[in-house]
Ligand binder design. Structure first.
Ligand code: ADP
Ligand code: MG
Ligand code: MG
Length: 918
């Protein structure tokens, strides 16, 4: 019998053993390095330790998996062979970098150690090999600092101040101006810093350095900033990071060396031009950390034209190969170019849209690919506020503070804050803050997220701050050197002005300008964004689902047309009642509704209007007078909206809200009454207040949202719905007479039973025909209902008999299906439920597919069984949520309706749903 030996797990992959499809196992950085090596691009040799090894390490209480160290050693030997230098050797040393990199890119959130494999002896060999001691000691001091920080948990500030002190003593301003001797003494001081903080210096044994570095990179998966970033971007916490180990190349050898980052297209605007930065005589982290403001990439053409040309060609090839915008790290060692990383570029919404459309037009990708490439949610970010064009030149000039590099567009105003943690606290307290810093570090992520915008006085457009803000869709200005930050005094100076922490400033991330005070902003229009319009046109050709807008006013209606809505899916009439000028009339109407209704019943009136109104008492007259006034206003409202929308459908919902919403609160009335008594006000005033109070008391409900509202109210006080229908038909008739085609649809809210629909339909269609007859005009209209109670969904087959359309009111349907009052849930326990994983996500933001979704499915099926061409859609905020739009597509709805600003999101999401289903 043979004993089966367990297969040794492969945890380490040479660059030539991997490819771009292996990101799960090798991380994005690792798998793309493999891919570039495979394509024969100039990548220094190396290998990757898998994410699986990291998961094992973290799961086994920070113990390296068996056999991992041996595999690493074997691969190091192969690496030595391939470059002809030796790790740990003094005469021909090989240094390596130990780099983090997960499946999805988390820029700067985990750790990387450069120049590893160095010590007091090796640095001398390195100096000989380099032919210069300065870069060797430069590499050494960088190693001591980063190793101490990452592996030994020493805080970086101590190193920074020692470095500043050394530069001051040497009388220089830049790191690379320090001489070999000065760097050597810096190394000694750095070691002291480490020893003081951690009790020992970094180890001198290269192999010990290597193992400890690998472990530290594994652990950096769980640094607080990495966890925060994953939470923010909904990235799985269990993936782990891969570790890439590769031979170092040196960008700090002198003027023909350097390092940089480039984007194959502009990640901020999408412009189809290489965008990037370069620093001569520097190592990679100098660019991303923003310590020195780099030169624009074009300046490389002057310094090293051959390298520049080669770089441009490689960048172009990489973009074509990946058929997407790439973010590429490179280093030049003695005029020889190396690529160190490539990844899909993080970009702003504007850039995402423009690059997708451009690439489709260039034939690099298909239109469908372009549609799938832009995150539907992101489309709404295109419409971020911008400073108004109406701001006068002088006003701007008087407020101007400084101009930096525009790193992420958008306008923002907020209080100056110099500290990330403080910014997070102020934002949590509801303040708008702009984070102003010399530079930002990955550790500042919580402050960057909380701020409305970020301004840094140093650093370039590829620094961490810039990359992170572009991902977050908030404005960012970097390298704003006109701003002199004095952190200790809590102020900055710019253009001769002093601005203290807490003072308001405004920033324009598109132009890079910073101003004093708060400037007016406007929301841009889709009309100004031709690429977005083009992409959305493709979306319209692709989607099956209709997209309508929720709009209550002619202005909203006009806005929704600009946004591409095909009609109005929900026009609420409450807002028309709530208008301050109208409120007194509305209240007059409500105040007398009860006596008027009693009187109407006594007169056995089944039509819409009492014939012998003159004989009624005053309150009845008052009621009808007010009703007439409201009707005239409603006619104007509907006429204006229908005129804007033309032949497109306009679904008008009859009054829905509980009546108390139109009246002052009980407490207010009591206080007012007491005051009136106190000043011995005239009796008439007192009586009016008292009757108001009585009315409010009579309307009091213990749970108004489940009380006397919607069609229940419509049935018990028919005069009001009749008035609304009269107004709709009258407005429609006016426009038809003008030769316009209109399509109002009358929608009944909150139905629970077909009988409600049956009665209302009978009554209201009688009104509609009478008006049409009287005006001698035929108005095409539909009659339908909202399905927003579970009972309506369950009895939808019956309800369909009396409806020409259904509109799922998913806000109420969610409230009633869960039995959660939305306002209470969101304020009290919903966050907790989601954080604890009791619910996977917020059912008010995204349709709950299993409960609410099931009711919708049943309602659709039953409704269509009864009436195959029943028109069905949803209104409610879910209509603008991409995941819910996909759901609506899948259950076969005819349209979604959402707020005008979400219409572009819904158009794109509907196209993506169609593409996913095809
Ligand atoms: P991050 O994810 O923070 O960008 P990286 O692992 O990409 O971390 O490395 C940080 C910097 O060090 C980058 O600029 C990178 O190009 C540079 N770098 C990494 N490995 C090497 C190497 N072998 N030789 C030279 N520079 C390197
Ligand atoms: Mg990198
Ligand atoms: Mg409702």
């Amino acid at each position: 019998m043979t004993i089966q030996m367990p297969q040794t797990v492969k945890r380490v992959y040479r660059f030539d053993e991997g490819n771009a499809s292996m990101a799960d196992l090798l991380g994005g950085k690792g798998s793309n390095l493999c891919e570039m090596a495979r394509l024969g691009l100039p990548v220094p040799p190396g290998f990757v330790i898998s994410t699986q090894a990291c998961r094992e390490y973290l799961a086994k209480n920070h113990t390296l998996p068996d056999g991992l160290e041996e595999s690493v050693r074997e691969n190091m030997r192969a690496l030595e062979k391939s470059i002809g230098r030796n790790f740990g050797s003094i005469s021909d040393p090989m240094l390596v970098s130990v780099r983090s990199g997960a499946r999805v890119s988390m820029p700067g959130m985990m750790d990387t150690i450069l120049n590893l494999g160095i010590n007091d002896q090796i640095v001398q060999g390195l100096a000989t090999m380099m032919g210069d001691a300065r870069p060797a000691y430069d590499a050494y001091r960088r190693f001591i600092q980063i190793y101490s920080e990452v592996v030994m948990d020493v805080a970086g500030e101590a190193f920074e101040s020692v470095l500043t002190e050394h530069k001051r003593k040497a009388g220089v301003t830049q790191d690379h101006q320090l001489t070999a001797g000065q760097l050597q003494s810096l190394v000694a001081d750095f070691k002291m810093v480490a020893k003081e903080a951690a009790g020992s210096e970094p180890p001198s044994d290269p192999w010990e350095q290597l193992t400890a570095a690998v472990e530290a990179v594994f652990r950096s998966w769980n640094t607080p900033r990495a966890i925060f970033y994953r939470d923010l971007n909904k990235i799985d916490h269990d993936m782990g990071t891969a570790v890439t180990i590769m031979a170092m190349v040196f960008g700090n050898l002198g003027p023909t060396s350097g390092t940089g980052v480039l984007f194959t297209r502009n990640p901020s605007t999408g412009e189809a031009q290489v965008y990037g930065e370069f620093l001569t005589n520097a190592q990679g982290e100098d660019v991303v950390a923003g310590v020195r403001t780099p030169e624009p990439i074009a300046s490389l053409r002057d310094v090293l034209p051959d390298c520049y040309d080669e770089l441009m060609e490689l960048a172009n090839n990489l973009e074509t190969h990946y058929s997407d915008v790439q973010d590429v790290e490179f280093t030049i060692e003695n005029a020889r170019l190396f690529l160190l990383q490539t990844r899909t570029a993080k970009r702003t919404a504007l850039s995402a849209v423009k690059t997708a459309v451009d690439m489709a037009n260039e034939g690099l990708i298909t239109q469908s690919q372009a549609l799938l490439r832009v995150d539907a949610e992101e489309i709404s970010r295109l419409l971020v506020p911008q400073f108004s064009d109406n701001l006068s030149e002088e006003d701007l000039a008087g407020r101007f503070l400084a101009r930096g590099a525009p790193a992420s567009p958008g306008a923002a105003a907020g209080a100056v804050c110099f500290d990330a943690t403080k910014a997070a606290e102020l934002a949590a307290a509801g303040e708008s803050v702009i984070l102003v810093r010399p530079e930002t570090k990955p550790d500042d992520i919580h402050g960057i997220t909380a701020a409305v915008g970020v301004v840094t006085s140093r650093g370039g457009v590829t620094s961490h701050a810039a990359v992170v803000t572009r991902g977050l869709g908030k404005p960012c200005i970097v390298g704003c050197e006109g701003i002199q930050v004095d952190l200790e005094a809590g102020l900055f100076t710019a253009d001769g002005k002093t601005v203290h922490e807490g003072e308001l400033i405004s920033m324009d991330g598109a132009s890079g300008s910073v101003y004093l005070g708060e400037l007016d902003t406007v929301n841009p229009s889709l009309n100004d964004l031709p690429e977005a319009e083009e992409l959305l046109r493709w979306a319209d050709q692709t989607r099956r689902l209709g997209v309508m807008a929720n709009a209550d006013t002619p202005a909203d209606a006009a806005q929704s047309l600009i946004m591409g809505a095909e009609g109005i899916g929900l026009c609420r009439t409450e807002h028309m009642f709530l208008d301050l000028e109208r409120l007194p009339v509305v209240r007059q109407m409500l105040l007398n509704a009860e006596p008027a209704e009693t009187w109407r019943r006594a007169n056995n009136d089944r039509v819409f209007r009492v014939e012998n109104e003159e004989q009624a008492d005053q309150s009845v007259k008052d009621f009808y007078q007010a009703l007439d006034q409201v009707k005239e206003l409603q006619i104007d409202d509907f006429e204006a909206i229908l005129r804007v929308m033309g032949a497109r459908p306009v679904i008008i919902r009859l009054l829905d809200a509980p009546l108390h919403e139109f009246l002052p609160s009980h407490e207010t009335l009591i206080t007012e009454l007491m005051e009136l008594r106190h000043v011995s006000a005239p009796l008439a005033d007192l009586e009016e207040k008292e009757s108001f109070l009585l009315l409010v008391e009579s309307l009091h409900e213990s749970n108004p949202m489940l009380g006397h509202r919607g069609c229940r109210f419509g049935l018990s006080f028919p005069a009001i719905y009749r008035m609304q229908v009269e107004a709709i038909i009258t407005a429609g008739a006016k426009l038809v007479k003008e030769g316009l085609d209109v399509n109002p649809e009358i929608m009944i809210p909150l139905t629970v039973d077909v009988e409600e629909m049956h009665r209302l339909r009978q009554d209201l269609s009688l009104v509609a025909s009478q008006i049409q007859e009287r005006l001698g005009v035929k108005v095409h209209y539909k009659f339908g209902t909202m399905i927003e109670t579970p009972r309506a969904a369950l009895t939808a087959g019956e309800i369909a008999k009396e409806s020409e359309f259904f509109s799922f009111g998913t806000n109420d349907l969610t409230q009633m299906t869960f039995g959660f009052s939305r306002d209470d849930a969101e304020g009290k326990f919903l966050r907790f439920y989601i954080d604890e994983g009791i619910l996977p996500n917020d059912p008010f933001a995204s349709i709950d597919p299993h409960g609410v979704g099931l009711l919708i499915k049943m309602g659709v099926e039953a409704g269509r069984r009864e009436k195959p061409n029943l028109e069905i859609g949803i209104c409610g905020e879910h209509g603008g949520d991409p995941a819910s739009v996909v759901f609506c597509h899948e259950v076969g709805l005819d349209y979604v309706s959402c707020s005008p600003y979400r219409v572009p999101v819904a158009r794109l999401a509907a196209a993506q749903a169609a593409l996913a289903g095809s």
